[in-house]
Design a protein around this ligand. Structure first.
Ligand code: AMP
Length: 214
């Protein structure tokens, strides 16, 4: 059995990048609600009788997509996975409770990064509109401005990386997701890693942590 890993942390902590490393190194599946929802932004959820009719309307504002929609995505993905890194879920205590009923976890990692650093990272982030590769206007520039090194696609700013949405996402994180980290923090499986180190530094700590349970 491959390890079951939960990766927690604020938006911009590097969960996506480190998840890719975990997939390559440990053969786990990357289960990420953010990507799953981006692929289904226009899905019609009007029959649920909620505030908005599509996931995208919540996402572009930096708000959480309702639990029913997200729980269903995760439940489906976890049942078919042999080992996983779960990234972007749970984001509130109700989702954390729901997760308890779906699976158990081998290791719970929290990546910590200060708020000022997160704002810089997120508002400067650019993503390839074709292949999804990440760049940063200051810290990780492509060879040619606005063009993806990997595939030549156009680099764009995610709607929710604009400053107003970023502030909203960080508020939503403080209010809803910090309690989730608190909830897990006294578990035996819980490990906190300093997410302000270099990518290589974070990866070294993370790899060592997962090696212990793999
Ligand atoms: P991310 O790429 O993880 O930052 O997610 C982007 C957006 O997708 C978030 O700002 C939310 O609108 C939505 N989202 C992702 N995961 C969840 C979740 N577990 N619960 C509710 N909304 C989510």
């Amino acid at each position: 059995m491959n390890p079951k890993i939960l990766l927690l942390g604020p938006p911009g902590a590097g969960k996506g990048t480190q998840s890719s490393n975990l997939v390559s190194e440990f053969g786990v599946e990357h289960v990420t609600t953010g990507d799953a929802l981006r692929a289904n932004k226009e899905m019609d959820i009007s029959d649920l009788g909620l505030e908005y009719d599509t996931p995208g309307e919540y996402m572009d504002r930096g708000e959480l997509v309702p639990d029913d929609v997200v729980n269903a995505i995760v439940e489906k993905a976890l049942t078919s996975a042999d080992g996983f890194v779960l990234d972007g879920y749970p984001r509130n205590l109700d989702q954390a409770e729901e997760l308890e009923s779906m699976t158990d976890l081998d290791v719970i990692v929290s990546l910590s990064v200060s708020e000022d650093e997160l704002v810089d990272r997120l508002t400067g982030r650019r993503v390839c509109s074709e292949c999804g590769e990440n760049y940063h206007v200051e810290f990780d520039q492509p060879e040619e401005a606005g063009v993806c090194d990997a595939c030549g696609g156009e680099l764009i700013q995610r709607e929710d990386d604009r400053e107003e949405a970023v502030r909203n996402r960080l508020e939503v994180f403080a209010e809803n997701t910090e309690p989730v980290i608190e909830y897990y923090s006294d578990r035996e499986e819980f490990v906190e890693i300093d997410g302000e180190q270099s990518l290589e530094g974070v990866w070294a700590d993370l790899q060592a942590t997962v090696d212990e349970v793999a």
